[in-house]
Each structure stands twice: as structure tokens, then as C-alpha cells.
Design a binder for this molecule. Sequence first.
Ligand SMILES: C[S@@+](CC[C@H](N)C(=O)[O-])C[C@H]1O[C@@H](n2cnc3c(N)ncnc32)[C@H](O)[C@@H]1O
Length: 260
Amino acid sequence: MPNFQFDEYGAQDIDRTYAGPDIAAQREYVLSLLGLRPGERVLDIGSGPGYLAVSMAQAVGPTGAVHGMDPSPAMNAIARARGADIPWLRIDDGDALALPYSDDTFDVAVSTQVYEYVADMPRALGELRRVLRPGGRALILDTDWDTLVWHTADRELHQRVIKAWEEHLVHPRLPRTLAGLLRRAGFTVTGQGVHVLFNPELTEDSFSASSMKTIAEFVPGRQGLSEADVAAWLADLRARNDEGDWFYSVNRYVFMATAP
Ligand SMILES: C[S@@+](CC[C@H](N)C(=O)[O-])C[C@H]1O[C@@H](n2cnc3c(N)ncnc32)[C@H](O)[C@@H]1O
């Protein structure tokens, strides 16, 4: 079971991290692939802090509509505040496994960094297909945590930390199965791509800086890790940075598909 809590604290953490340049670049990549047109009806499944939903609402304009949807009240409060001045953007309560919309409602549906938390993917993709109109476009983005390259001196400790971190979601390696899952759900896969989060330097607003903090808070007590182990992991990373050897890279994969 996923253990990351999208409560008020977790939501604020993601809100801060996703304001940074790495995730802003990811959103630009997603928006360029989507090619939204004025008037389109768009669903954002697991819209979280709402940055992407707001950008998509700006792209479709007042003749279109964007529905963000998320089960987390804390996330939805942040997203509603972010989109408060856009009347054609709504943030709904709901779950990827039971989308609160009628069949054939949307031209486009996106879900970024969400399905890795959803255990029953065939059911989730069945719901995605149901709410898209025939020929409607889907875009899914998720991380494969096997692609994480993060320079540390103590590789054994680092591997334990990352193994413990993988407990924060149900599918740490979802992307490699996504094209097949989409095809089996009846979609035609029209494109696949990769967005690399690459930090060759540690800056305060980088994704790796946030990750360090989030992981250090999450892993104590998991995989036998003590607070002292986690302090040693953090000290190792800081020493790499002090020596000018910071290196962080992880891949997020994108899948585009059309509904039958
Ligand atoms: C890492 S955040 C990503 C937020 C947003 N999609 C983005 O990229 O900015 C993951 C989000 O997935 C949501 N989530 C988790 N389980 C979900 C489910 N079963 N259905 C829909 N959303 C879910 C969480 O509440 C959280 O807002």
C-alpha cells in the first residue's frame, strides 16, 4: 500500500516542490505534447496543487473547460485557490478508480505522477477510457525509480534509503508497463517520450533539494533505517555537493494514446 500522505503537510511539500524550475519544465513539455486547442474539454486526474490544470485552462480559454480532480482535500484546497479567478476551471473531489463524470465527457485527459499510486491500473484505465469521447486523447506521465542516478560515497546505504523510499508508492516502475496496459485497455498508443529531471548542481529550488528533504522525513523506521542512518545519508550527499560532485538524475516517461 502507498504510504505517502497527501495530507496538509504533504500537499504543501508538493506545492513548493512543483513550483520549482524542474517541474515547471516538465509541465511545459506536457503542454507542448498536448497541443490543446481553444474550446476543448480537459480532465486532469489527480490534479494535486493545480499548476498544470491552471495552464491547461489558459490554453483552452473560456469556450473550453478544465476539470481538475483529486481525492485529497488538502490538495484540492490549494488547487481551488490557485484557479479561483478562472471560471471555466473546476476542481472536483474524486478518485481515479471511480471518475465522477459521465461517459464520453472529455476531449483530453491527463494524469501526471498519479497512476504510480493507484494499485488497480486496468480499472483506472477503464475509467479513463469511459470518460473520454471516441478519439479523445490521453496523456500519462510517471517515474521509473530504477532510473535514479544520485551520486553518494556509501552506495549500500543509499540503496537501502531508496528501497525504503519506494514504499511511498505502489508502482515504482510503472512506465515500462504503461504502453501495454493502455493497449489492453483498448487505447491506441500514439507516442512515448521521456523527460529527464537532471540536477548537475544542488540549488535550493531544485527537485533534488526537495527530494532530499522529503525522503529523509519518510524513510526512518523503514528497511531497518535509523535516524542516524538517515543523518549519515544526508551528510554523504552534502559532502558530495561540498566537493563539487553533485549529480542527480531521474526519468519520467510520457505516454500519449487515443480512445477507441
Ligand atoms: C505527486 S502528486 C501529482 C499532482 C499533479 N498531477 C502534478 O503533476 O502536479 C500525486 C497526486 O495524486 C493524487 N492521488 C493519489 N491517489 C489517487 C487516486 N487514487 N486517484 C486520483 N488521484 C490520486 C494525490 O492526492 C496527489 O495529489
